[in-house]
Structures are given as structure tokens and as C-alpha cells.
Design a protein around this ligand. Structure first.
Ligand SMILES: *Cc1c(COP(=O)(O)O)cnc(C)c1O
Length: 350
């Protein structure tokens, strides 16, 4: 630490991203990206913007927001774009948590980090023993609620009806539903936006839209909430989404056939992967995401994680209480999953 660093941040414990090794070195099943490239139409759209890189992007993201409005039926004033959904989640912790935040003990690792970063008091609510979330723990909390749905790293989803109950039981609190993985089989809270002004939905193009490298997140909420978020954005970085990403994302969003095809493939591979893991004595959650969360009956996760890495396969280990014996394995292509299982079978044999 330099002598210039504000001592307020001495204890800051940053988020640890999954490893991003040099390309091609590993079968990469550790950070929940899509194994498929972006829509083939994206390259042309991006190329068309390269010669305009001398100019700032549209700070309102009008064309992409119009495409979202067409697809969702929302008004453009209910939509905001972010530099990844992490940026929008950060705005939520910074601007919408005067009475503190509430979230599960096992959930997206950035929630506790942002709480600390912005001095927000966190109420940590334990999941049940089986990692499911009991919505009865989420009544009258008097704080801003963050729910990842499906949850990470468990993949377990709540129905829309349960999200509705949380919204009804906390009419005076904002409920942020982080739908990073919703496209892999869960129910979006989108239809609830017409009923509730205390709902903010956060989404991303990193997992189901093949654009993790482009950094595009979005927020859907009532116009007042989006106006507040805009105030924060324009007090921080008006040009938060770059020109190439705006073009890439609009093209990806409009290529619905490609999107549907990719997410169907991921879901199919996930179901097959769950079956193969259970045959090998793994206990797995019922994941509705593009990853599985699995613990072996005998082999410790730390050992599997290390040996898989030595065999060229990266998966994620959550070395914390309640999750230390689990691996989170991103769903790759069928070929990548075959490589994973070949390495795994070698390890389990010995
Ligand atoms: C990956 C992830 C995000 C962040 O996505 P970006 O848009 O890439 O910043 C947010 N929430 C959850 C639950 C995630 O898993």
C-alpha cells in the first residue's frame, strides 16, 4: 500500500475474479462465459464502428434501448445501460441503500464487496441447508434487498410468484433482482414491473448473449428509478458504454434465432452434465444457470480443483464455509464437457 491511499480503504477486501489465463491454454469452465462466439452478425456491426472511434459514443444508448423496448414492451425511460451489470449493481449499493442491504450468505461475491466499498450495512441471511432461499426470511426487512435469480454459485431459481411475494412484503424497500442467468430456464421478473415500483431488474450480456468481453449490462425499472440511476451515471461516467459494445449488443439482441439456439444448447448440455455428475457420485443442485454446483461423496473439491487444473481444465472453487467442498463448473460445449469428464474420470480412478 502506498502512503497516499485513503485509510478508509485499508480493510477493503476486493472481489476475486476467476482466473483469465492466456487463450488456448486451458479448457475454461471457471467464469460462466458462453462457450459460443457472438452472433455472426456482430463482427460486421462492430467493424462499421471502428472508423468512428474518434467520436464519443451515444451517451444515451438510444438505439440499443429502443431495441430493448421493442423486445420487452417497456418504455425506453425504464431502461438504462451499464458497463457490465457490475457497474449498475455498484450504483445500487452506492445510491439505494440508505438503510443497509440484505442478501444471502451464499450469493454473488460482489454484494459484500460493494457493501464494504460504499459503507453499506449488510444483513446476511443464511440460505437453508440445501442452499434454497426461504422467502419468509425476506419479509419487512426495511433495507434494500438483493436477490440473484437464479442464484450464484448454486444455480437455484425462485419462481416469479415468490419474487412477487418478496416485493409485496417489502413495499417500502427496493428489491434488486439480479437476472444474470435468467435466460437458462428461470422465470424473469419482467412482467412484475407493471405491478411494482420497488422492483429493479439487473441483467447482463456476459452469460447468455456471448458478449462478456464487450461489457454490457442493463437495468429495467420504473422511470423514477432509472432517472435516479441516470443521475449517478452522469455524475460518474456519461460515456459508460463504448461505441463497439453498443453496436455489438444491439446486433446480438436483434438476432433472436442465434440467442435461442445458443441458450438451448447450453441447457441441453447442462442436463446431460448433471446426469453424468450424479452417475459419478456427485451431489448437484438443480441448476437453472449455465453452470453446475457439485460436491463429490468422497473426493474433496480442493483436490479435484487442483488436479483438474493440472490436467488443463479450470473450474471454480468457493473456499468458504458451507461451499468449500463444492465445485462450480461452467457449461461448455459438448466437446469441452467430454474433456472435463475424461480428466475427472482419471482423477477419480486414482
Ligand atoms: C456474472 C455476474 C454478474 C456480472 O456480470 P457483468 O455484466 O459481466 O458485470 C452479475 N451478477 C451475477 C449474479 C453474475 O454471476
Amino acid at each position: 500500500m502506498s502512503r497516499f491511499f485513503d485509510p478508509r480503504y485499508n480493510a477493503l477486501a476486493p472481489y476475486t475474479p476467476g482466473e483469465q489465463p492466456g487463450e488456448g491454454k486451458y479448457t475454461k469452465l471457471n467464469t460462466n462465459e458462453s462457450p459460443y462466439p457472438p452472433s455472426p452478425k456482430v463482427a460486421g456491426a462492430v467493424a462499421g464502428q471502428v472508423e468512428k472511434l474518434n467520436l464519443y459514443p451515444d451517451n444515451t444508448g438510444a438505439a440499443l434501448r429502443a431495441a430493448f423496448a421493442e423486445q420487452t414492451g417497456l418504455d425506453v425511460g425504464q431502461i438504462l445501460l451499464g458497463n457490465g451489470s457490475d457497474e449498475l449493481l455498484a450504483f445500487c449499493f452506492q445510491g439505494f441503500c440508505p438503510a443497509g442491504a440484505a442478501f444471502a450468505d451464499i450469493t454473488y461475491g460482489f454484494y459484500p464487496v460493494y457493501s464494504q466499498f460504499y459503507g453499506v450495512d449488510p444483513l446476511i441471511i443464511p440460505l437453508r441447508e440445501d442452499y434454497s432461499l426461504d422467502i419468509h426470511d425476506y419479509a419487512d426487512l426495511g433495507r434494500t434487498i438483493f436477490i440473484a435469480n437464479p442464484n450464484a454459485p448454486t444455480g437455484i431459481a425462485l419462481s416469479r410468484d415468490k419474487i412477487r411475494d418478496v416485493l409485496r412484503w417489502n413495499p417500502a424497500s427496493l428489491v434488486v433482482v439480479d437476472e444474470a442467468y435468467v435466460d437458462f430456464g428461470a422465470e424473469s421478473a419482467l412482467p412484475l414491473l407493471s405491478e411494482f415500483d420497488n422492483l429493479l431488474i439487473i441483467g447482463t450480456f456476459s452469460k447468455s448473449r456471448q458478449l462478456a468481453g464487450g461489457r454490457l449490462g442493463y437495468a429495467f425499472g420504473c422511470a423514477d428509478l432509472i432517472a435516479d440511476l441516470n443521475r449517478m451515471k452522469y455524475s460518474f461516467n456519461p460515456y459508460n458504454v463504448n461505441r463497439l459494445t453498443l453496436a455489438a449488443a444491439e446486433t446480438a439482441l436483434r438476432d433472436d434465432a442465434y440467442f435461442q439456439d445458443c441458450r438451448a444448447k447450453v441447457m441441453k448440455t447442462r442436463e446431460h452434465t448433471l446426469k453424468r455428475l450424479r452417475e459419478r457420485d456427485f451431489t448437484c443442485t438443480d441448476s437453472m444457470a449455465n453452470f453446475v454446483f457439485a460436491a463429490h461423496s468422497k473426493a474433496p473439491a480442493g483436490l479435484l480443483h487442483r488436479r483438474l487444473r493440472e490436467a488443463g481444465v479450470l473450474v471454480r472453487l468457493f473456499d468458504r464455509p458451507r461451499t468449500e467442498n463444492h465445485l462450480r463448473v461452467t457449461i461448455g460445449t459438448d466437446e469441452e464437457m467430454d474433456i472435463f469428464f475424461a480428466a475427472l474420470d482419471d482423477i477419480l480412478k486414482s
